[in-house]
Design a protein. Structure first.
Length: 123
């Protein structure tokens, strides 16, 4: 198996974004340039190039996972903030309605209109 074929095979685990492909190609050509100079180290060089490609793939996968995790955390914070704000607005609206609509009704106790305590009759 040629060095190029082996590297292409091991890169199948990665998606092919342009920037990552450029980095891998540069490393591949660097490995290819030294491959013919030292024939005894061909296998070792091939293994090094494959390991480099696998490290790039695993780094990209870890980074992508962390990025997705961070996006989920931010989205969850936004949802919680929206829910809390909605509850706060609803609570404030209900308090405003209660203060304005029920001030004149003596059977509803509010801070402005405390109910009088019933008087117990002694027999």
């Amino acid at each position: 198996m040629e060095l190029g074929d082996s590297l292409q095979h091991h890169l199948a685990c990665c998606s092919t974004s342009k920037a990552r492909l450029v980095v891998v190609q540069r490393n591949f050509y660097m490995c290819k340039r030294y491959e013919n100079r030292i024939p005894d180290s061909n296998f070792s060089l091939q293994q090094s190039c494959i390991n480099l490609a696998l490290q790039i793939c695993s780094f990209q996968q870890v980074w992508h996972g962390k990025s997705a995790s961070l996006k989920r955390v931010i989205a969850n914070d936004e949802v919680i903030t929206r829910q809390t704000f909605s509850k706060l607005v609803a609570s404030n609206s209900l308090q405003t309605i209660a203060k304005s609509e029920y001030v004149d009704e003596p059977q509803i106790e509010t801070p402005e209109n405390p109910l009088s305590k019933p008087v117990a009759l002694a027999i």
